[in-house]
Design a binder for this molecule. Structure first.
Ligand code: FES
Length: 166
């Protein structure tokens, strides 16, 4: 005996097929919504090769949406407990947001100057003029060879952070 698909069965199968495809599409959509955005994943840790930074010419990187200043100090620039020493080189690593009201200072000749209210920070990121109440903040980092990874608290970071508290 042959089975014929009647009109009502056909409609039922069609609905089931549409529901299955819709359900699968929903699951894919939900997974995409739950997963962190690529920009968030990329923003967690940022690796920077310090060997490419030239002495006396600070560079600005971005980590978690914030500017990060990295200055390789020249021989003339004073030492600080805040220096990150790698081999024979000394670096200042700082979050590039003025500690007064959050503007981004710009490097002018031998210091960072904040255009908003005239605050100034020396090559060790210490406030030396104007209203900023404290040095530029230190971002967490770890060191591997000549590279640092922003977002990880390594022993070098902890030592500098402790020295800044003292
Ligand atoms: S925000 Fe920099 S001095 Fe006010």
């Amino acid at each position: 005996m042959s089975k014929e698909i009647n009109r009502r069965d056909f409609i039922g199968y069609s609905f089931a097929a549409v529901a299955a495809v819709g359900g699968a599409a929903s699951l894919v959509g939900m997974k995409q919504a739950w997963d962190p955005l690529p920009s968030v994943l990329a923003g967690g840790f940022t690796e920077i090769d310090l060997s490419a930074v030239k002495a006396g010419e600070p560079e600005t990187f971005t980590w978690r949406g914030k500017p990060i200043f990295i200055l390789k100090k020249t021989a003339e620039m004073e030492s600080s407990t805040r220096d990150l020493v790698i081999g024979a080189d000394r670096f200042t690593v700082a979050i590039g947001l003025c500690t007064h009201l959050g503007c981004i200072p710009a490097w002018k000749k031998d210091k960072w100057k904040c255009a908003c209210h005239g605050g100034e920070f020396n090559p060790s990121a210490k406030q030396v003029f104007g209203p900023p109440p404290r040095p530029l903040d230190l971002p967490p980092f770890s060191v591997k060879g000549t590279s640092i990874t922003l977002g990880e608290e390594g022993p070098e970071y902890k030592a500098i952070a402790d020295a800044m508290k003292a």
